[in-house]
Design a protein around this ligand. Sequence first.
Ligand code: RET
Length: 247
Amino acid sequence: MNTLNSILAANLSPTDYVGFTFFVGAMAMAAAAVFFFIERGNVEGKWKTSMLVSGIITFIAAVHYYYMREFWIENQYSPTALRYIDWTLTVPLMCVEFYLILKAFGAKTALMWKMIFYSVWMLVAGYLGETVFRSSSAVWGAISTIGYLGIVYEIWMGSAKKLADGSNDPILQNAFRSLGWFVLVGWAIYPIGYMAIETDGLLRGVLPLASMDLIYNIGDAVNKIGFGLVIYGLAIASKSRSAAAGV
Ligand SMILES: *C/C=C(C)/C=C/C=C(C)/C=C/C1=C(C)CCCC1(C)C
């Protein structure tokens, strides 16, 4: 009965704001996944894989949020392992999204693997800083940031940017730029959450206790759903252009 209660969330306290965002997160990710899976049927063939990946990203997150929500309600502390398993699956898939939209303009899988490598580097270092090496979390945060900056570099200055510039497709360039802003600004939300690590975070004491999960949950909703919506917008704009051109 206890398990059933917690699954049904009967014990979410009205002042548990972090728990609240785990609930909303689970629901929002599930809704977004349904939306992307269904809308996949309404876009041109070349965007179907990107839409599918957006659906998979939000679906994976929905499942993890379902479990993280329960974990949080029972223990009132960070579901770190679940969080990083989620990210290790979804962040590389977000790198795949960049590859998919640039593929028609010459992107090679090497670019995708480079970005995936950076993202795994970033997440492994972040995980170690939150778990095994918590007392030196700042050092591991800095190591993690190298991976993050690698991704930012590829998108804003490196080969990904050059491919987008060379595409001569303003719809694609717009979408690419929006995704780039998500990575530069939206993803920068996470290191702020990380600095709230209770014992040794750089911003502990400045940020209220338990703000780490609150910040991560906001970051996930903004970035995972936002990314998918940019891809969806790209696919829809491209469809109406084709219709106007009578293709
Ligand atoms: C859907 C999940 C996403 C987009 C997660 C992104 C996570 C990051 C960009 C995390 C970055 C971190 C740093 C740059 C330094 C501190 C450690 C991390 C892992 C929080």
